[in-house]
Design a protein around this ligand. Structure first.
Ligand code: NAP
Length: 247
């Protein structure tokens, strides 16, 4: 085992699900590196909360839509400097709208941040983890990548693509003891779902056998398991955390 600190990198770790994943992995004993793009004050709060709880964390402004910047980040902050044990591809955005009215730029942006960005992180992480001959990668997809959703053609295509990417990467990286899995949340209470009209929330609840929206802790628990010692023989899987909404 190297003397380098053992880092879990969580993209979009400054709010919502990513924040809870970052705090949970810090409790699991990893030094957490989290990325954000627009709200440094939120990222600073997460770092402070982790440090207050006795953990270690650093925040980096790094746009998941900028593959060149992601390459630079690995060169500057990861390669030869830390042991990258865990990558959680969590950053994501929505730009919803019916397909016939969807602007090309909204299609492109969602694919770039939610899918191409994950590829860029995976590619860089696999070089480091490949040398280490160890790594755990968890991609946060969505139930709508599995079942589709009217008004989210761009988002569901990106999330379905991420499932394909997960399965291919799992096959490619298995010989180096790197596992790659996806967690597919259902509807989770975060800023992303906060502005949904009451009717839409009611319609969603009607589709959820467990009859409640999920919490970010539900997703973080699955990620913590996949990143931990008990999940070493699990790869290429999609774990639905969705209240039974899609089975
Ligand atoms: P959220 O509350 O909107 O938080 C998004 C996080 O991603 C923030 O930390 C944000 O940082 C960061 N981010 C956004 N664009 C970024 C970019 N270009 N580069 C780097 N960071 C970026 O979202 P959430 O609900 O926690 O969702 C987290 C993940 O779970 C996403 O992949 C989402 O698709 C997935 N998911 C969510 C739900 C749900 O119901 N909430 C369901 C299924 C899947 P800034 O604050 O700096 O912008």
């Amino acid at each position: 085992m190297s003397d380098l600190s053992h880092v879990a990198l969580v993209t979009g770790g400054s709010r919502g699900i990513g924040r809870t994943i970052a705090e949970t992995l810090a409790k699991d004993g990893f030094e957490v590196y989290l990325t954000y793009v627009s709200r440094p004050e939120e990222a600073d709060k997460v770092v402070a909360a982790i440090e207050e709880a006795g953990g270690k964390a650093r925040a980096f402004k790094l746009d998941s839509g900028d593959s060149a910047a992601i390459g630079e980040f690995f060169k500057e902050e990861i390669k030869g400097k830390v042991a990258l044990d865990v990558l959680v591809n969590n950053a994501g955005i929505t730009r919803d709208g019916l397909m016939m009215r969807m602007k090309d730029e909204d299609w492109d942006k969602v694919i770039r941040i939610n899918l191409t960005g994950c590829f860029a992180f995976l590619k860089e992480a696999s070089k480091i983890m490949g040398k280490q001959r160890f790594g755990r990668i968890v991609n946060i997809t969505s139930v709508v990548g599995q079942m589709g959703n009217a008004g989210q053609a761009n988002y569901s295509a990106a999330k379905a693509g991420l499932i394909g990417l997960t399965k291919s990467a799992a096959r490619e990286l298995a010989p180096r003891s790197i596992t790659v899995n996806a967690v597919a949340p259902g509807f989770i209470e975060t800023d992303m779902t906060a502005d949904l009209p009451e009717k839409a929330v009611e319609a969603m609840l009607a589709q959820i056998p467990l009859k409640s929206l999920g919490q970010s802790e539900d997703i973080a628990a699955a990620v913590s398991f996949l990143a931990g010692p008990g999940a070493g023989y699990i790869t290429g899987q999609v774990i639905g955390v969705n209240g039974g909404m899609y089975m």
